[in-house]
Design a protein around this ligand. Sequence first.
Ligand code: NI
Length: 192
Amino acid sequence: MALLTIRQMGDEILTKKCKPVKAINKRILQLADDMFETMYDAAGVGLAAPQVGVLKRMVVIDVTPDPEEGEELKEEDMLRFCMINPEIISADGEQTDYEGCLSYAGMSGIVTRPDHVVVRFTDLDGDECELEGTGLLARAICHELDHLEGKMYVEKVEGKVITNEELAEIRRKEREAAAQGGNAENGEGKAD
Ligand code: NI
């Protein structure tokens, strides 16, 4: 396994459309391993191949929720995927929240995404899969698949992009408001 360099916005590779993966060979399996390792190291929840300089249609996502205190993570609660040649076949609903990107480190912006998507992809065993995602998983799928088209979330941001410190402050105020009986939405604000 190896940590890969995450390309940052301004790098031309992030604006290119990716090519389909033709065969799941050793190199692709290695790339998947390295992408997971790189994503976890950067504390992200998603990473697309072009972000590590590879123009192939491949993404990794892990939006597994933290287990409750004292509980162990159950296999069926894991939301960890490597998607080869993914395609969104249906999308509906709407969610509006902050999102970030490992290729624009330390920043976040408000983006509206579908709240429910169905994605079709090939997994690392070569099996055709269909997966339904809601909430953060739907957001991550949309965000990562945009990377395969050479698109960054900043093109879709409503308002301005803010620093993660500013976002932490907004979240803190939301939690305060919620504690006082409001019902502020409680997103995660993690980077994809
Ligand atoms: Ni991203």
